[in-house]
Design a protein around this ligand. Sequence first.
Ligand code: CU
Length: 159
Amino acid sequence: MNVELYERIWMWAASGLIVAFLSLIFVMTGLHAITPPSHFETVDPASLASNPEFSSPGVRPGPDGGVVVSVVAEMFDFNPNPIEVPAGRPVTFRLTSADVIHGFEVVGTNANAMAIPGYVSQFTVTFDHPGEYTIACNEYCGLLHHNMVAKLIVKKGTP
Ligand SMILES: [Cu+2]
C-alpha cells in the first residue's frame, strides 16, 4: 500500500503522542500514589472516631500565636461547622475525609485543598479581613455534593 510521506509522518507523530500520554498515566498511577501535595501524613479513615485529633475536630491554639483547625469532611458536611478563627493570625487547617475525596475551598480566598481519606492535608493561611466566608466542597463527591457547604467566621481580635 502506498501512503503519502506526509501522511506517514503524521501517523507516526499521532501514535507517538498517544504512547507518550498513556505511559504518563501509567507512570503516575503506578509509581506515585495519589497523596496530598502539602505534606505526607496518614490516618486510618475507618477509625477516625477513636483518633485523638479527628474524633473531636475543632479549633485549638497553635504554636505560633495562631490556631490549628482539624476538619473532617464527610458526605455531605464538614465537621466542625461553623468554624471560627481569628483575623490576622496564622490558621493551620488539617483536613481529612471519612469517606471519599472532598474539596475544601474557602470561597474568595486562596485557601483550597483536597480532603483525601487516609491522608491529612495541611496548609496555613492568614485571613486579614474579618467576616463570614463560605467553605465549599469543590470535588464532586456524590448526589448531595452541591449541598456540601460550611461557614467560616473570621473574627477580629481574640478568638
Ligand atoms: Cu464533598
